[in-house]
Structure formats: C-alpha cells, structure tokens
Design a protein around this ligand. Structure first.
Ligand SMILES: Cc1cc2nc3c(=O)[nH]c(=O)nc-3n(C[C@H](O)[C@H](O)[C@H](O)COP(=O)(O)OP(=O)(O)OC[C@H]3O[C@@H](n4cnc5c(N)ncnc54)[C@H](O)[C@@H]3O)c2cc1C
Length: 408
C-alpha cells in the first residue's frame, strides 16, 4: 500500500507538466470556438491521440498509479484547459471503464481499441445508462435485454438519454434490465458494435455548458447483438443473478455495499474535473484583480475583493485534498466508511459552481461577457453537481453511510 502523500514524485510532475502544456497550448485556445459551435472537437481529439493523451494506455497508466494521484492530477489539468473539450477527450473512458470493470479479456482486447480508433482515424465511445424516467433512480430503468437462446443473441429495446457521445460513438456500452425482479441488481451491460441495426441517435441536446461535448438520446429498436456482446459472459451473469436472488432473500445488504464501493471509487475523478475548472476561473480572477484599477488602485487592494480570492483558493485546495484522499483510498482498497468518494465529488462540484460565480463578480461587466472565459467556466461548472449523481444524491449517500439508516 502506498502511503498517502501530497508530494507528486518526479514522474508525476513530468506528466502533470506535459498535460498542462497540452491544456494551455491546444485545449484552451480552442475552447471558445467549440463552445460556440456546440460540436465535438474532432481535430483536438486527434491532436490528443497523436501525442498519446487520447488512448487507453495513458489512462491505464494513471489508473494503476499506486498513489492514486494519477487520475485526479490528469483530470484537473485537462479540465483546467476547458471542460467541454476535456470531456470530449475523456468521455470515451467512461465506456472503456465499463468494459474493463465487467468484460472478459477477449472483450477488452476486441472492443477497447475500437472505442479509441487511432491517431489517423479517431473514434469515440458512449456509456448509456440514464433514461428519461431513470436518472437518479437507476433502479427504475426500463431498457430491456432478452436472450434469444436459439440464435445466441440478445434483443435490446429502450430509450437512453443524456449519453455523452451517444449516437456518434463507434462503440456504445448499454446497461439494460435482464431480470426486472431484482431492481438495479438485475441489470447487465452490453456492447453494441459499430453499425448495429436498430441503434440510432435521438435528440441531440443544446446545453447550458460543456457545449463541445456531444450529449444525445440513443434509441434502441430491436437491436440484436451476439451473445458474446454481454459483458462478462452468460455464465458469469447467471451466477451473479443467482447470488443476487439469494442475497435479496437474505436482505440484500452485501450486494448494496459492493455497488456503492464502485461509485465511491469513480466519483473523485469528477471531483478532480471540478477542481480543474475552479482553479482556471480563480487564476483568471486573480490576474484580473491585480491589473484592473478603480478608484486609482488595483481592485485587489480592497479587502472585499481580496477576501473573496482568499476564500476561493481555500475552497479549491480543500476540494483537491478531499479528491486526493478519496482517490488514494480507492486505489489502496481502503473502505469508504464515511462515503469519502461522494464527499469529494459533492464538495468539489459545489466549489466549482461557487468559485466560477465569484470569478464573474470579480471581473464585473467583463466577467459577464464571452470576451472572457469565466462566463463559459461558470456555465460548464454547473454540470459537476448533476452528472455521476447529483449533489442531493451525494448527500443522501453520505448521510446513509454515516447514519446506517435508509434516509429518503
Ligand atoms: C451533460 C450531461 C452528460 C451526461 N452523460 C451521461 C452519460 O454519458 N451516460 C449516462 O448514463 N448518463 C449521463 N448523464 C445523466 C446524468 O447522470 C443524470 O442527468 C443525473 O444522474 C440526474 O438524473 P436526472 O437528470 O434524471 O435528474 P433527476 O433524477 O430527475 O433529478 C432531478 C432533481 O431531483 C433531485 N432528486 C432526485 N431524487 C432525489 C432524492 N431521493 N432526494 C433528493 N433529491 C432528489 C435531484 O438531485 C435533482 O436535483 C449526463 C447528464 C448530463 C446533463
């Protein structure tokens, strides 16, 4: 087990500086354009692929860093550059992690390369779980997967929504109900290979922020995939369902805890994205406050402004500490006895929303225009309190964990 440390080692510093350079030189200058266009920034993803930032290898290296700091450090730097573009770069990772976590070696080897493509022909992937009537309440999912034994095929029907890269992905990972009796324990994940008939893009959403990231509905109309597209395989699914039925009979407690541990481990990465956006807005506000003069002196000479900056920086550092602690705990198998992963996501995402609003205030009228980036950063920051579980759901998880009672 790696000791918890706040000091990045030389290798980590090198990676951080390299990512920062890419964020500053490639992502940041493209941010306003792709926000206005509201389109996937393919040329930027291609650049990221060329230098090795858009690849499974890169994320796997960061993920398996025993200090736990690889992923949060990478997310913070990329999202410091721009949240919409960074999500276009890391969004495929959501689907890839779905396959890594549940797939067989053969599935990992077959599908993950097709999710990323290569530098000459980049592809993206989508992870589709949310539905119009199943957002926070994942258990009410309706998309149904039925096994056609005669053909060894799964037939999938339903509508997914809010899917990052939905409809433009080369590979979609779709979560569907295989046993409605078991609630969220009766779900399974499926690969939908490129060009599969019956999968189509529904509405593409016009969003408040992260507009360079494509978000859309995905319609599944009698989609047929081979048995080999069930992640983990049929035998493992049957065993898991049998265990879930047995545990449901005994009260279901252990199954619930296993699912929760997975979320606790993934949420700090979203917290790190929020830290990146908050830090970016804070830096713009600090520079502006030092140079903007009113009443014959820089506005930072006023406590009213300087204290805001002090509070902003304090919250950002506190958020990073919570994120790094939870990431270290996840990699080192520490039990999340106080829902520390949810805590980090809750605090960092609320910090990003608040800090980016404070940055607009410090820039005054300029902050309210698209001439300066804090307006975009504030719009972007709102997403962190919504996806991967809203702030209310994080509070619910933390409160339930602390109290041991099923708070509603
Ligand atoms: C830009 C974007 C990208 C996304 N990307 C993906 C993706 O790639 N794949 C995917 O599967 N999903 C994705 N999502 C979906 C996202 O995870 C959901 O939007 C989120 O889980 C919330 O669900 P909902 O929107 O249905 O809100 P709802 O669940 O309807 O919640 C509405 C409000 O009610 C509150 N609320 C609900 N239940 C409770 C409760 N028990 N106690 C207190 N308050 C409650 C919520 O906190 C929220 O404030 C994305 C969403 C967005 C906006």
């Amino acid at each position: 087990m790696a000791e918890f440390t706040m000091d990045l080692n030389d290798e980590q510093k090198e990676v951080r500086d390299w990512l920062h350079g890419f964020a500053a030189d490639v992502i940041r200058p493209a941010a306003a354009e792709w926000d206005e266009r509201e389109e996937t920034p393919w040329p930027v993803i291609q650049e990221a692929a060329k230098v090795g930032i858009y690849s499974l290898d890169f994320y796997a290296q960061q993920y398996f860093d025993p200090t736990g700091l690889g992923i949060p450090m990478a997310m913070e730097e990329l999202f410091w550059g721009d949240a919409g573009i960074a999500l276009s770069i890391v969004g495929t990772g959501l689907a890839a992690v779905g396959v890594l976590a549940n797939g067989t070696e053969e599935q990992i080897g077959t599908w993950i390369p097709q999710m990323y493509g290569d530098a000459g022909d980049v592809k993206v992937a989508a992870f589709c779980s949310s539905e119009p009537d199943a957002g926070s309440d994942v258990a009410s999912m309706r998309t149904r997967a039925v096994y056609d034994e005669a053909k060894d095929e799964w037939v999938i029907n339903g509508t997914k929504t809010w899917a990052t890269n939905g409809g433009i992905a080369n590979v979609h990972v779709v979560v569907a109900v295989v046993d409605p009796e078991l609630g969220s324990k009766g779900h399974a994940s499926f690969i939908i290979p490129p060009g599969t008939e019956g999968l189509s893009q529904g509405q593409k959403f016009k969003k408040h922020g992260i507009r360079a990231s494509h978000t859309a509905e995905v319609i599944l109309d009698n989609v047929r995939v081979p048995g080999s597209c069930l992640l983990g395989g049929k035998e493992k699914l049957d065993e898991r369902l049998a265990r879930a039925r047995e545990k449901a009979r005994q009260g279901g407690e252990r199954v619930k805890n296993a699912a929760m541990a997975t979320f606790e481990a993934s949420r700090p990465a979203v917290g790190a994205m929020a830290v990146g956006t908050a830090r970016a807005a804070y830096e713009v506000a600090l520079d502006y406050a030092k140079t903007r003069e009113q009443f014959g002196r820089p506005i930072i000479d006023n406590q009213g402004v300087a204290f805001q900056l002090a509070d902003m920086r304090t919250s950002i550092d506190a958020a990073r500490l919570l994120v790094w602690r939870a990431s270290w705990m996840a990699v080192n198998g520490k039990p999340f006895t106080a829902a520390e992963g949810s805590m980090s996501k809750l605090f960092a995402s609320e910090t990003a929303k608040k800090v980016t609003a404070q940055a607009i205030q410090i820039l005054g009228g300029n902050g309210y225009t698209r001439e300066y980036p804090v307006e975009r950063m504030h719009r972007d920051a709102a997403i962190y309190t919504i996806f991967e579980g809203t702030s209310e759901i994080q509070r619910l998880v933390i409160a339930r964990t602390l109290s041991g009672t099923p708070i509603r």
